[in-house]
Write a protein that binds this ligand. Sequence first.
Ligand SMILES: NC(=O)c1ccc[n+]([C@@H]2O[C@H](COP(=O)([O-])OP(=O)(O)OC[C@H]3O[C@@H](n4cnc5c(N)ncnc54)[C@H](OP(=O)(O)O)[C@@H]3O)[C@@H](O)[C@H]2O)c1
Length: 163
Amino acid sequence: MEISLIVATDENNGIGINGDQPAFISADLKRFKAITTGNTIVMGRKTFEALPKGALPNRRNIVISRRPDFSAPECEVISNPEDLKEKVRPDEKVFVIGGGEIYRIFFPLSDKIILTHIHHRFDEIDTWFPEISSEKWAVESKEGPFEDPKNGLHYSYINYRRK
Ligand SMILES: NC(=O)c1ccc[n+]([C@@H]2O[C@H](COP(=O)([O-])OP(=O)(O)OC[C@H]3O[C@@H](n4cnc5c(N)ncnc54)[C@H](OP(=O)(O)O)[C@@H]3O)[C@@H](O)[C@H]2O)c1
């Protein structure tokens, strides 16, 4: 099983404010859809609850929660991150889509990071992505910077592979 983390961070590794993302960049959302469609996505219960329409279509949705009574339409729920290994086939591509707690759990177990780096520092960040050290991660590709026409934010796509 290949595990990739897919995430958008700001200049300080910030990923969340008050249960929401600091910014939405529509080209990035389209890219997220293109990369994850047809594959398996794994998320924490809080990130799932922030999805406006629930499970993301045309993907296998796996939600992690300790709540024994938690269930959600079109989702599989696991109560222990360790159970992922038994759930997925070895040839399945797994994308961990957040949030902070779930990225931290899978960070040491992942092969790739698909990062959207937003060149901005947001105020009031309360959730962060782990630091990507150059000792452990090699930059595989870099695109950008681009500018979002709606909000003027500059962003780059950086793909990392574990060394
Ligand atoms: N910028 C980005 O790319 C991006 C992407 C995704 C999310 N985010 C942001 O990240 C923030 C949410 O992150 P978060 O850290 O607060 O929450 P989260 O990681 O989405 O979910 C946390 C929940 O996962 C479950 N969980 C965590 N560890 C577990 C374990 N070991 N075993 C079983 N269940 C476990 C628990 O659910 P229960 O409480 O149900 O037990 C916990 O409350 C939001 O602000 C969101 O917008 C940003």
